[in-house]
Design a protein around this ligand. Structure first.
Ligand code: ADP
Length: 163
């Protein structure tokens, strides 16, 4: 059984993330969405809220792709999380070159710890490529329209959170 791990903060899950999840499902039998607990990014949503949003989106995606998708909170090393969930593949999304430098280092460090876990990079469809959770939150705070970036249910939760 091929198991993939797609880690991130998902604060909140966007249409960029769901596009990567959909593509990732074509590569594995089970996709584990690793929701990072302690990211240093100072998440707007609690871990429970982020996991709940990921689970709600994944229920739909799981039916669409006929792939098992599960959310898995983690706060240990990514490579240890991959071992915990039995993943042979780590899936990451690549946006612009700005993502590359960080991802390049991550692959190098993770390989030094375990060379048997392969990292695979996927790119979202053009219209979703520029989406970043951080910018979606900023646009929402300033009263902008975020309907092109997140699903209606995430939009509702985000607007509730901002008040
Ligand atoms: P963000 O960087 O938006 O805060 P995460 O830390 O949750 O998001 O990102 C998790 C993974 O999803 C990372 O590999 C990131 O590069 C990828 N990702 C996020 N948004 C997109 C997007 N619009 N297109 C492709 N990959 C993305």
């Amino acid at each position: 059984m091929r198991i993939g791990l797609y880690p991130g903060t998902f604060d909140p899950i966007t249409l960029g993330h769901t596009d990567i999840i959909r593509r990732g499902c074509a590569l594995v039998d089970r996709l584990v969405i690793g929701v990072a607990v302690n990211t240093g990014k100072g998440p707007m949503f609690s871990l429970e809220e982020r996991v709940a949003m990921v689970e709600a989106e994944c229920a739909v995606l799981s039916r669409e792709t006929d792939t098992e998708i599960v959310a898995h909170p983690f706060e240990n090393l990514l490579i240890d999380c991959a071992h915990d969930v039995g993943a042979q593949i780590i899936i990451r999304g690549l946006r612009a070159v700005t993502d590359f430098e960080y991802e390049y280092q991550m692959v190098g460090m993770n390989r030094a710890m375990d060379d048997s876990v392969e990292t695979v990079f996927l790119m979202a469809e053009a219209k979703y490529q520029a989406i970043a959770s951080k910018l979606v939150k900023e646009i929402a705070k300033l009263g902008g329209d975020i309907s092109k970036f997140v699903t209606p249910s995430v939009q509702t939760r985000l607007l509730e959170k901002i008040g």
